[in-house]
Design a protein around this ligand. Structure first.
Ligand code: FE2
Length: 298
């Protein structure tokens, strides 16, 4: 018989101190398989012939993230491709299942992912962390493909899911084993307490595309963010959950190995915090905050 899930005071305390928390065996191996199978089904059904070949990277605010396909993805299941899967003439050099960077940004449209997101375990965590009106947004499968899986540079999730006060909490679930060879996550312990958020990712005022907006702050990003040796690796087995605070600095390296690194990630914000119309992610995508409530009577 499996032991019922518990999120303890000690775990909550560790999360508050470190800004990240690894929980092993959060999902059973059977649950991991069912999420992976659903992922393969979604990718199988993806018709690449009608796709605008939207590549995804967080390295800059280039044109590829600014298009309509990206903005509309806030509320549907869209597919984003690895820049490394294209040759210099912009032809795809890999089959689609090896070229996808991520699938998102509303996986709640899929019943299998919905059930692994809006449930009593997630509620137990956000209740312990004192959310008043927990809401789910930006759910996605991150593929980190073999050999071409791109680097995600150091960042804070509060830049991309900006609320006042900051409230975003990331749930990152490993669907495959993760270590240094295939680009596991790493983070700066305690950096959420010392590293200000100095910019935010916004929709351009004309509604077309996105850009970073500098915040009116005298603070700047500390130097320690750029020092490799300060980062703590989060090696983990499939089925592990990593909680990520909105302000903790984290990143992942390139995947140059022969194995992929699939993960399912979603975020919870507090509905009592302000989420304004500048944020790129709106539901409906034309403008709104109709985010899935986590507190259901279940
Ligand atoms: Fe992140």
């Amino acid at each position: 018989m499996s032991i019922p899930f518990q999120f303890t005071d000690e775990q909550a305390q560790q999360y508050e101190t470190e800004g990240c928390l690894l929980i092993t065996d959060y999902l059973s191996q059977g649950e991991v398989s069912s999420l992976l199978n659903e992922t393969y089904k979604l990718i199988d059904g993806f018709d690449i012939s009608t796709h605008p070949l939207t590549k995804f990277t967080t390295e800059n605010d280039g044109e590829h993230v600014g298009d309509e396909y990206f903005l509309k993805s806030s509320d549907n299941i869209s597919f984003f491709l690895e820049p490394g899967a294209f040759d210099k003439d912009n032809n795809l050099t890999k089959p689609k299942e090896k070229a996808i960077n991520k699938v998102g940004h509303n996986l709640l449209k899929d019943p299998v992912f919905f059930d692994h997101t809006v449930n009593a375990k997630v509620q137990a965590i956000v209740n312990k962390l004192k959310f008043k009106d927990p809401r789910v947004l930006q759910s996605m499968i991150i593929c980190k493909q073999p050999q071409i899986g791109g680097e995600v540079p150091p960042h804070q999730d509060g830049v991309f899911l900006f609320t006042t006060p900051q409230s975003a909490l990331g749930f990152w679930i490993a669907l495959e084993d993760c270590d240094e060879s295939n680009g596991c996550l790493s983070y700066l312990p305690g950096s959420h307490l010392t590293t200000p958020i100095t910019k935010r990712f916004v929709k351009k005022p004309n509604g077309k595309g996105t850009e970073f907006e500098k915040l009116d702050s005298k603070e700047s990003t500390p130097e320690y963010v750029n020092d490799d040796k300060n980062y703590k690796l989060l090696k983990c087995k499939k089925g592990s959950l990593i909680l990520i605070n909105h302000s903790v600095v984290h990143r992942s390296n390139l995947n140059l190995s022969d194995k992929s690194r699939y993960a399912y990630a979603f975020h919870v914000i507090d509905g009592v915090a302000t989420y304004d119309e500048k944020n790129w992610l709106q539901i409906p995508y034309t403008g709104g905050t109709n985010f899935q409530k986590l507190d259901l009577d279940i």
